[in-house]
Design a protein around this ligand. Structure first.
Ligand SMILES: NC(=O)c1ccc[n+]([C@@H]2O[C@H](COP(=O)([O-])OP(=O)(O)OC[C@H]3O[C@@H](n4cnc5c(N)ncnc54)[C@H](OP(=O)(O)O)[C@@H]3O)[C@@H](O)[C@H]2O)c1
Length: 253
């Protein structure tokens, strides 16, 4: 994490563990006031104990009114949010034997609508100020439908598409929008996985890559490069070849 206080006040969702918690502490160490949101208030208080520059701002991102109130409360306490990292997310692998419609809906509510509610809460203020920086955490899993990803991957594809749609219009209003597409990172989210996770990264390395990306002008912050290259190649394969490969990865495809 570079020791630069580029931002005065950052809001991070999904900050109670994993990637979000490490970014929160890293930014606070660099001198940024951090408003940290997630549902687990106790974990957020523990982060505050690690670094008093992190303030707990409990929030369930699926509640649009609560997102608006959270932004108002954070800005009243610490001034305008000049960086928002919309990172809250859940992962539930899909089961080829039993499609769970509730799991699909819940994934979309948290991973996708959680971001749109936060954007609706943030954008009026940023537009009025003509200034702001937003980074949305999607995933390389959003590049193409992958085995076990029937609930998760569509939420991340939708986020990438959302950011592509919004980037030009927000840029014209002085707001920088980036999409973060991590590969596998060692966090509580991936600790449940029993399948091989190629190029699995330590959370500290992922956060360093994110911090480098945030200070760049790139639209997409994606890592590690090996997995990104492989999956971007898969993305351009014709369906026949793509599904032939997928059948070899997952016999039920
Ligand atoms: N780890 C990876 O390999 C990987 C790869 C690609 C993308 N990502 C993405 O990176 C982001 C962070 O994941 P992680 O790996 O750091 O996982 P994690 O440790 O499980 O963190 C997920 C965070 O989201 C929060 N969250 C979940 N539901 C929420 C809700 N309804 N409202 C508010 N907060 C909620 C959790 O806090 P509470 O439970 O306290 O609410 C937690 O702070 C996610 O969007 C994930 O999809 C992760």
């Amino acid at each position: 994490m570079p020791p630069v206080a580029t931002w005065k006040h950052a809001w991070i969702t999904g900050a109670s563990s994993g990637i979000g918690a490490e970014i929160a502490v890293g930014l606070a160490e660099a001198g940024t006031s951090v408003s940290a949101s997630a549902r687990s208030g106790e974990k957020l208080e523990a982060l505050h104990k690690r670094n008093s520059g992190v303030s707990a701002l409990p929030l369930d991102v699926t509640d649009p009114a609560a997102a608006r109130e959270a932004v108002q409360a954070a800005e009243a306490a610490h001034g305008p949010i000049d960086l928002a990292i919309l990172n809250a997310g859940i992962w539930q692998p899909s089961d080829p034997d039993a499609f769970d419609g509730d799991a699909a809906a819940r994934s979309m509510e948290v991973n996708y609508l959680g971001v749109t509610h936060a954007l609706a809460a943030l954008l009026p203020g940023m537009k009025a100020r003509g200034h702001g920086h937003i980074a949305v955490v999607a995933s390389v899993a959003g590049y193409r439908g992958l085995p076990k990803g029937a609930y998760y991957a569509p939420t991340k594809s939708a986020l990438i598409c959302l950011c592509e749609a919004l980037r030009p219009e927000l840029e014209a209003q002085g707001i920088k929008l980036q999409v973060i597409n991590p590969g596998f990172v060692k966090t509580p989210m991936t600790s449940v996985n029993t399948f091989p996770m190629p190029f699995l990264m330590e959370v500290e390395d992922a956060v360093s890559a994110i911090m480098r990306g945030l200070t760049s002008s790139k639209f997409e912050i994606a890592f590690p490069w090996q997995l990104v290259a492989l999956l971007k190649l898969l993305r351009i394969l014709p369906y026949g070849l793509y599904f032939w490969l997928m059948r070899r990865i997952s016999p039920k495809v």
